[in-house]
Design a protein around this ligand. Structure first.
Ligand code: PMP
Ligand code: GLU
Length: 394
């Protein structure tokens, strides 16, 4: 079958593909440990589930406005005010079918053929693909390991051309867990103002920050920056609601209106029941969010200590999200595999541990390991990785 040119080079999301592979092996009866998935292992908090049930029984099972239910927009607006002292009007917020679709729709309404979007590496796998699907060109700027995987203002300034339309910031970052400081955001923001760039600030890991770190959005720094920033967020990671598919975007009214028009022809609206559940997520107790955060911090401490003891693994301790992103150049050298992809494949084959190779994130010397799973499972996974290294050492 001849497919459209736009999807010819499109590959499946490596994060989802590795998870699917691990699950298929599990279904065949293998004892697989999946550290590939970027989702919390906890179930959605009970009060959110109850709200969804109630919504169904009360008949909220119909279409909703395309851009999302007004009460949910109000909850999101209140959350922005309380957490970040940012004020938005309902016309500046759209609720979408997950944060991924907010990004997808945003690129579709922003980009003309050949427009460039600066995508710092390491990046979340879907950014470049989504930019390309919208006819844009992703321009990679290397967040160097020695700079905590963050880009510098000089790098940003040097990469801007007349075709550059926007830059993506993802803090805390998937896959590195890096967090930009207020000063770093200010310096990047100044350049965006100077060059009239739009900022796409993906804040989906906002609530997953550790060791007393505070999340800060670039939009909080000044009205000038807020005006050129579209914030992307959602309940998937913060409230362990990945399957409910509720995300949102907030920012410029015209952009949000265009996105709303576009989704009215694609998804129509995010699932009504999930939207009612998301209201409970934001209006109800935030205790479960704090509990999950504590559990992630404890796991991070533990798994980090175990990981850096394995010969060949080099890793800075991240302060956010729920991933470790070690450089495994030395591990590859020690075991003689051709590259990280082959090493990851063999680890799954021999030890049944699924990790995601860094190549999908634009960082081919690294692997991503999610610690959003229980401590005993993490310990077992690390034991297997250690044993794999010992068995395959040249
Ligand atoms: N942005 C980043 C950086 C992510 O890791 C993810 C992971 N799912 C998303 C966006 C999309 O989230 P959602 O599940 O709400 O679509
Ligand atoms: N964002 C998560 C991850 O990076 C979930 C999978 C996906 O949507 O890519 O693993």
């Amino acid at each position: 079958m001849k497919l459209a040119n736009r999807v010819k080079a499109l590959t499946p999301s490596s994060t989802l593909a590795i998870t699917a592979k691990a699950n298929a092996l599990k279904a065949e009866g293998h004892d697989v440990i999946g550290l590939g998935a970027g989702e919390p292992d906890f179930n959605t908090p009970e009060h959110i589930i109850q709200q969804a049930e109630k919504a169904m029984h009360e008949g909220y099972t119909k279409y909703t406005p395309s851009g999302g239910l007004m009460p949910l927009k109000q909850s999101i607006i209140r959350k922005f005010e309380e957490d970040q002292q940012l004020s938005y009007e309902p016309g500046e917020v759209i609720v979408t079918t997950g944060a991924k679709h907010a990004l997808y729709t945003l690129f579709q309404v922003l980009l003309d053929e050949g427009d460039e979007v600066i995508v710092p590496t390491p990046y979340w796998v879907s950014y470049p693909e989504q930019v390309k699907l919208a006819g844009g060109t992703p321009l990679h700027v290397e967040g160097k390991e020695e700079n905590g995987f963050k880009i510098t203002p000089e790098q940003l300034a040097d990469s801007i051309s007349p075709r550059t339309k926007a830059v993506i910031l993802n803090s805390p970052s998937n896959p590195t867990g890096a967090i930009y400081t207020k000063e770093e955001l200010q310096a990047l923001g100044d350049i965006c103002v100077q060059h009239d760039l739009l900022i796409i600030s993906d804040e989906i890991y906002e609530k997953l920050v550790y060791f007393g770190e505070q999340h800060m959005s670039i939009a909080q720094l000044s009205p000038k920056l807020k005006e050129r920033t579209i914030i992307i967020n959602g309940v998937s990671k913060s409230h362990s609601m990945t399957g409910w598919r509720i995300g949102y975007a907030a920012g410029n009214r015209d952009v949000i209106q265009a996105m709303t028009n576009l989704v009215s022809h694609s998804t129509s609206n995010p699932t009504s029941i999930a939207q009612y559940a998301a209201i409970a997520a934001y209006d109800g107790s935030q205790e479960p969010v704090a509990e999950m955060n504590q559990a992630f911090e404890q796991r991070l401490n533990h798994v980090y200590d175990l990981l850096v003891k394995i010969p060949g693994f080099k890793c800075e301790k991240p302060k956010g999200a729920f991933y470790l992103f070690p450089n495994v150049t030395e591990a590859i050298r020690l075991t003689g595999f051709e590259n990280v992809d082959k090493w990851v494949e063999a680890l799954l084959e021999y030890e049944k541990v699924a990790l995601v190779p860094g190549s999908g994130f634009g960082a081919p010397d690294n692997v991503r390991l999610s610690y959003a799973t229980s401590l005993p499972i993490l310990e077992e996974a690390l034991k297997r990785i250690k044993s794999f290294m010992e068995k395959h050492r040249k």
